[in-house]
Design a protein around this ligand. Structure first.
Ligand SMILES: C[S@@+](CC[C@H](N)C(=O)[O-])C[C@H]1O[C@@H](n2cnc3c(N)ncnc32)[C@H](O)[C@@H]1O
Length: 385
């Protein structure tokens, strides 16, 4: 496969990041974990893929997410959120990794129409560039509600309300494991004179050992490369610590553990996206391409249980949206035929199994809620976790 060639400005940008990566490798004594490498590629200040000024999301970027495909996604999400908000006093919402800010705007508009606006809509975003983009989107799309939106640096100690994360865990740096010769190694990145290269060595952290032991029981291949998302695990623990009452909705592409570590998935799920072309080489186009992996939902569910959260539902994106009333939202309201046709196409993209409907899942977690979140029971698949 031939990838499009980046222009000279982009190449210069990538060279700068590559030089920083070489320095980090030298400083670390010759190699860094893939998680450290991925973190630099995506989040190095001013240079990383999410930290620098490229378009990233949408038709003119490298990939498109559900909130960018259709407002109906976020408006439907608002109905799930409503079921939590009505149970709480003065609840707020926290969205992690809000991308362009479109999901925040559409959710607030829908909640306003339901007369159920939250106290505040907080956004926690690691990328300074995206924070600025979110701010512009909010003032452009919802000027009257803009004072509801506040950016936070970290999760508050005492929070009651709803936590949202759409395609956030898939953007977290992961550790790569290589099972071979009857043992398990971690994949590191090192460099020679000319380029970056892989290097397998012992596990960098004790936390990886128990994951590796569990994975070993599921695979039977002697040359098996896969990932462990320790960052998502500790991210969820910190949310569980601060959440007093409410729910967490995590929407990502991924699988339960048994499917994730399937014997046939022997090259893992790591993927890179550059101008809507997918490929599997993260050691090129530093800072210019997205690097992502699927989510192990069993790992998240287990971390939730270990941290006193309740696992309330696990649905395909299609079932989550149908339970949220996407079809009813489509039927309601007057609009022209062209808009209706366009929205019908968007719903297909969001819900068809061949598009996003089946590969994306929603994990719903809760704490101290009195009423059951009944929409999360439709076609619930917690038994697969
Ligand atoms: C694939 S984009 C998804 C953006 C948006 N949620 C959407 O669906 O369009 C991933 C987003 O997560 C952010 N992100 C990644 N890790 C994060 C973390 N630990 N805390 C907050 N934001 C994070 C990235 O900067 C980026 O905005």
């Amino acid at each position: 496969m031939t990838l499009p060639k980046p222009d000279s400005i982009a190449q210069q940008h990538s060279k700068q990041l590559l030089s920083l990566i070489y320095d980090e490798i030298d400083r670390a004594g010759g190699k860094i974990t893939f998680a450290e490498y991925m973190h630099l590629c995506l989040y190095a200040p001013g240079l990383g893929y999410y930290s620098a000024g490229s378009q990233k999301l949408g038709r003119h970027g490298d990939f498109t997410t559900a909130p960018e495909i259709s407002s109906l996604f976020s408006r439907t999400f608002a109905h799930h959120i409503k079921d939590v908000l009505v149970q709480l006093e003065q609840p707020s919402i926290i969205e992690f990794g809000a991308g362009s800010g479109k999901m925040a705007a559409d959710i607030l508009l829908e909640l306003a129409s339901l007369n159920l606006l939250p106290e505040k809509y907080y956004i926690i975003e690691v990328s300074a560039d995206l924070r600025e983009r979110q701010c512009n989107t909010i003032s452009r799309l919802i000027p009257d509600l803009a004072d509801k939106v506040v950016w936070l640096a970290s999760f508050p100690a005492n929070f009651s309300g709803v936590v949202l994360a759409n395609e956030v865990c898939v953007a977290m740096p992961i550790h790569l494991l290589h099972f071979k010769q009857g043992g398990v190694f971690e994949r590191y990145v090192e460099h020679n004179e000319a380029s970056l290269q892989w290097c397998d060595d012992e596990l960098s952290q004790a936390a990886l050992t128990s994951h590796a032991t569990e994975i070993q029981t599921l695979i039977n291949d002697d040359d098996y490369i896969t990932e462990v998302n320790l960052a998502a695990e500790s991210w969820l623990c910190s949310i569980a610590d601060g959440l007093q009452q409410g729910a967490i909705f995590i929407c990502d592409y991924g699988y339960p553990k048994a499917d994730y570590y399937h014997p046939q998935r022997s090259e893992g799920t790591l993927m890179c996206y550059f101008q809507h072309q997918g490929h599997a080489d993260p050691l090129i186009l530093q800072g210019l391409q997205d690097i992502t992996s699927h989510v192990d939902f069993t790992l998240l569910a287990q971390a939730a249980i270990d941290n006193n959260l309740e696992v309330t539902g696990f649905q395909s994106q299609a079932d989550f949206l149908l339970a949220g009333g996407i079809a009813e939202l489509y039927d309601a309201g007057k609009r022209d035929e062209l808009t209706m046709l366009q929205q019908a196409t968007e719903i297909k993209q969001l819900t068809l199994p061949s598009a996003m409907g089946e590969s994306f899942k929603v994990l719903t977690l809760s704490k101290n809620l009195e009423q059951l979140l009944s929409r999360c029971q439709l076609a619930d698949r917690r038994y697969t976790l």
